[in-house]
Design a protein. Structure first.
Length: 163
């Protein structure tokens, strides 16, 4: 669960879905930042400076629903399809992210004042949490019955009652 949480959470951060993860690389006609620290700043520094906390995010989080596991016409696994759709949607946020950075929406001095940059990051964090919740709920709802613990407890109880 920890690895899945890490990977799904990382997927919510658009910079984790692109070659432009540490500043724009290659041709740069829009003159986006090439600062290699942009990634770590957004992953932690900005979040701390903008005072984004779980308490502030909780009221915005939607109740998750399980991912529909209907058979895909092309034979692909439905969880794979849902995950790729999620990652593709986050990748679509790369250019808007760099546009906001260019407009100074993520500057330290603006972190608590500029709602556009803060709301963008909050939305991405929520998307990651909701996707992770949907995957976990789907796994739980579709798991087979596990009687291992019940059997082991019964064995232990039987052993304790034997003279």
């Amino acid at each position: 669960m920890g690895l899945m949480g890490h990977f799904i959470g990382d997927g919510a951060q658009p910079l984790h879905t692109t070659i432009h993860h540490n500043g724009w690389t290659g041709d740069n006609p829009e003159r986006y930042t090439r600062w290699p620290g942009i990634h770590s700043w957004i992953d932690g520094g900005f979040i701390a400076k903008a005072e984004i906390t779980i308490e502030k995010l909780l009221p915005q989080i939607n109740t998750v629903r399980a991912i529909e596991l209907k058979k895909q016409l092309d034979g692909r696994d439905p969880i794979f399809v849902a995950t790729m759709e999620y990652l593709t949607a986050q990748n679509a946020q790369v250019v808007p992210f760099y546009e906001m950075e260019k407009e100074d929406r993520f500057k330290s001095a603006q972190a608590t004042k500029d709602s556009i940059g803060r709301e963008f990051i909050e939305k991405q964090l929520i998307r990651g949490g909701e996707m992770l919740g949907a995957i976990w709920l789907t796994a739980w709802a579709n798991a087979s019955d596990d009687s291992y613990l019940t059997r082991e407890l019964a064995k232990r109880a039987a052993a304790n009652t034997t003279p």
